[in-house]
Design a binder for this molecule. Structure first.
Ligand code: ADP
Length: 565
């Protein structure tokens, strides 16, 4: 597809330079354009900032007819249309459910006219799902041979397995059924193999050509930092020391957290910070977004509702104040930093207790409505279609990523997208690679069995921190109150450092030998959890399965080079 023998080659080159002002094509742009202009269905995985828009805007300009673009957010659409007009003088229109009826009619009338001036028509997915008038107009365009191409932007939203499923996207399969011969171009910056399969199938793409690029973002620096009670002070110091007065996003778990973090950074630390979440009025959200675009505020404390459509090129840091819900989502959120290619930081403040909080939200379906996927919102009722289980699995993978203090962060993320990455190429641009470390592999099977036994012995009624206390021989009042000092495994792990014992216990949770059962405490309304044994899985431990874990050798661990980190 990279050949320059296609009949449109000259026009492509000319328009790319003259209209879009680009000197050349970026990786895969030319190939995608050639494939879609040859009439194939095409699926494109290109990292954020890779230049996906050009792959349909340039064909739209040089092909006769109209390109239909389905895009999830009106703000994103407005932004694109403004750019098209101002920078390239390409007329484009959009239709969305909250536009005036008369305005919509005018656009639909123009579409039917033989002299339609629009080259692109943007619509939100619910418009396709719910507007018969639009479908009728598209049929008429198609009958006249004027429906040039259908573009599905942010195509991963089609998949229930992805991190950003939107039910209206599921309805888009209708397009290929109605317009069999029209080429479809599906674009996304994030998709695992299973999400990709799901999207291709749901959209009904035929003999689809797939282009994918490395998801590695060499200019991003990754770190996971233990989250303590003074996390906000740590964040303040981190920003002042590394990104003073620069632009960044702080992702928080709840609306309340967003407001609290923004207030502290603004009032006590002197940053220009604002908050953004799904519970705000649309006008309020738009106002914050405008302030941010104009650099009137430089830190946004947001739920993941602040995401798609953030095209700011100079975001210098993305901080996660809490645990993200999947590696896919995490990668995408981090991807909003450094779109201009300059070095930027992605720092995640991690505590195991956030896992309990997120899991509780998942179980209760009390997540942020507009940003937590429908799987989260449906909570327990989702059992029947496996989405709840998938969300739990995604969350545990994210915990595993955070608990891992030895492997390259890039490697851990990329492997998730089915990509091989030699961690030698990380060049100390993640916290784990920056450590001067010697690793030792330990067989922890005996300890693992003892911990599982201890959970059973104490009746599967206690939290992981309590189990660890008993295992390490604590004589605290709580331990005595439950008479756990007399359990046979009390103190069996007294030779282990707290860190080591807790890492092994968490490994058992990540690998599903033990499950955290979360519940809301009646007295304070706070979330607590108890460990349960997963009997079907733990039988492995008794049939010779070994558990090996790698640890940083203590002698070297303390010698982390400050300049490297
Ligand atoms: P994506 O949608 O993949 O995140 P965009 O389409 O928004 O990326 O493009 C990101 C930026 O790269 C935009 O500012 C765009 O103008 C620029 N860009 C795209 N293609 C090229 C190119 N071939 N040469 C130079 N800049 C480009």
């Amino acid at each position: 597809w990279s050949s320059s023998n296609f009949p449109w080659e000259k026009k492509l080159e000319e328009n790319n330079k003259k209209v879009f002002g680009n000197h050349s094509f970026r990786p895969n742009q030319r190939e995608v354009i050639n494939a879609t202009m040859s009439g194939y269905d095409v699926f494109v995985l290109m990292p954020t900032g890779g230049g996906k828009s050009l792959t349909y805007q340039l064909p739209a300009l040089i092909c006769p007819g109209i390109t239909l673009v389905i895009s999830p957010l009106v703000s994103l659409i407005q932004d694109q249309i403004m750019h098209l007009l101002q920078q390239a003088n390409i007329p484009a229109a959009y239709l969305s459910a909250n536009m005036d009826w008369s305005e919509q009619q005018e656009i639909l009338r123009e579409l039917c006219s033989d002299y339609c001036r629009y080259k692109l028509l943007y619509v939100t997915p619910e418009k396709v799902a719910k507007s018969d008038a639009l479908l009728r107009n598209l049929e008429s365009l198609n009958a006249r041979g004027m429906l040039a191409r259908i573009v599905i932007d942010e195509a991963h939203c089609v998949s229930q397995w992805g991190h950003d499923f939107r039910p209206d996207y599921k309805e888009l399969g209708i397009l290929k059924k109605k317009f069999e011969k029209t080429p479809v171009l599906a674009l996304t910056a994030t998709a695992t193999a299973s999400v990709k399969e799901d999207v291709v199938q749901a959209l009904g793409l035929v003999n689809c050509i797939i282009f994918r690029q490395s998801f590695n973002r060499p200019n991003l620096w990754y770190a996971v930092i233990p989250k303590t009670k003074k996390c906000l002070d740590d964040i303040d110091t981190f920003i002042k020391e590394n990104h003073f007065d620069e632009c960044g996003i702080i992702y928080c778990l709840s609306r309340n957290d967003c407001e609290k973090v923004a207030e502290k950074l603004q009032e006590q630390c002197g940053h220009k910070a604002a908050f953004y979440h799904g519970n705000m009025e649309a006008t309020q959200r738009a106002f914050v977004q405008r302030q941010w675009s104009k650099d009137e505020v430089n830190i946004i404390c947001a739920t993941v509702a602040f995401g798609m459509g953030i095209n700011k090129p100079d975001v210098r840091f993305v901080i996660h104040h809490s645990l993200p819900k999947s590696i896919e989502g995490y990668h995408q959120e981090c991807g909003r930093a450094g779109r201009d290619g300059a070095r930027s930081s992605c720092v995640l403040y991690y505590s195991y207790s956030d896992y309990i909080r997120v899991k509780h939200m998942l179980v209760q379906g009390q997540g942020e409505q507009s940003s937590w996927t429908s799987g989260y919102n449906r909570g327990n009722t989702a059992n029947s279609d496996g989405i709840f289980e998938k969300n739990t699995e995604n969350l545990l993978e994210q915990v595993s990523y955070c608990e891992n203090n030895v492997d390259c962060r890039r490697f851990l993320q990329l492997v998730h997208f089915g990509e091989k990455f030699d961690s030698g190429n990380c060049r100390k641009t993640c916290d784990n690679c920056a450590k001067m470390k010697t690793l030792v592999e330990k067989d922890v099977t005996v300890i693992a069995k003892q911990l599982v036994e201890l959970v059973k012995m104490t009746g599967q009624k206690y939290s992981s921190s309590h189990i660890l206390e008993v295992y390490r021989g604590s004589m605290s009042q709580v331990v005595k109150k439950h008479r756990h000092e007399s359990v046979s495994l009390h103190g069996a792990g007294k030779h282990l450092a707290k860190e080591e014992a807790s890492r092994i216990l968490r490994h058992l949770v990540i690998k599903d030998y033990l499950t955290e059962e979360v519940k809301k405490s009646d007295v304070y309304g706070s979330v607590s959890s108890v460990l349960k044994v997963n009997a079907s899985k733990t039988s492995d431990l008794y049939s010779g399965k070994q558990i090996l874990l790698r640890f940083i050798s203590p002698a070297k661990a303390s010698k982390v080079s400050k300049s490297d980190a």
